[in-house]
Design a protein. Structure first.
Length: 249
């Protein structure tokens, strides 16, 4: 059972298109398989609307793509829904327009300039007017997990010890503490992003795909067969070794 997966995108359309090209080359050589996008489509990068539009168009033309909700996608959708909304997993002194979140860059990519330096209400009104309803609906309806074969996909990870069918959206989109350091087998291999590393890392019980595209790193694509994973490069497949004692972040 072959499944492809792509890490946190963060508005990097060119990197996403390159990742899809590497997947297409592998599919031509080895056969088809669905492509799971692990979430965080938006924020920090230069072209969040281009990323959303690219994914929407691919799904519309019949591509076998799954797009999961990341915490940044949830924050963006919530911000557009209600200026007063605050993600319960975001620290109380931060907001979607906090410099570390990257929402200012997302709004700029939709044409809303200098969002971090102007009064909140006018900026919000401009953002609601600028973001197409189709993009908002797409973000609002993204699933938070996907299971296939021996693998479970979620943006941030899972709450260990909680059955997969009872995982909460808060944890699936945001969890770090309690998950990253847990070395136990979770049943299926957990494939996630959310916590950026220098390179994709296979810990045995989980596989972290976030290689820091939001910070100038690569956007990684992998193919998973059973619990074995290969990084896709321009030269082909590269086996990802299992390194259970690798640094967790």
């Amino acid at each position: 059972m072959r499944t492809y997966a792509i890490g946190d995108i963060h508005g990097q359309l060119a990197l996403l298109q390159a990742a899809h090209a590497r997947i297409a080359a592998d599919q031509a050589a080895h056969g088809p398989g669905p492509v799971v996008h692990i979430g965080d489509l938006v924020d920090r990068g230069p072209d969040s609307p281009g990323v959303i539009e690219h994914l929407m168009q691919g799904i519309a033309r019949g591509e076998d793509w799954v797009v999961l909700k990341g915490n940044h996608d949830r924050m963006f959708a919530g911000y557009l829904r209600d200026l007063a909304w605050h993600d319960p997993r975001l620290r109380v002194d931060a907001s979607y327009l906090h410099p570390k979140i990257g929402g200012v860059q997302t709004l700029a990519s939709y044409g809303v300039k200098n969002a971090g330096d102007r009064p909140l209400a006018p900026v919000h009104g401009e953002a609601v007017a600028a973001v197409p309803r189709a993009h908002r609906d797409f973000l609002e309806t993204l699933p938070t997990s996907f299971a296939r074969g021996a693998v479970f996909y979620a943006h941030a990870g899972i709450r260990p010890g909680v059955p997969l069918e009872r995982q909460t959206e808060d944890d699936l989109c945001w969890i770090r503490d309690g998950f990253l350091e847990d070395r136990r087998d979770h049943g299926p291999l957990i494939v996630h992003g959310h916590t950026h590393l220098a390179a994709v890392t296979h810990y045995g019980n989980r596989l972290n795909l976030d290689s820091g595209a939001a910070y100038g790193g690569p956007l990684s694509a992998v193919v998973i067969e059973g619990r074995t994973a290969f990084l896709l490069t321009d030269q082909g497949r590269q086996l990802l070794p299992v390194t259970p004692n690798a640094p967790i972040r």
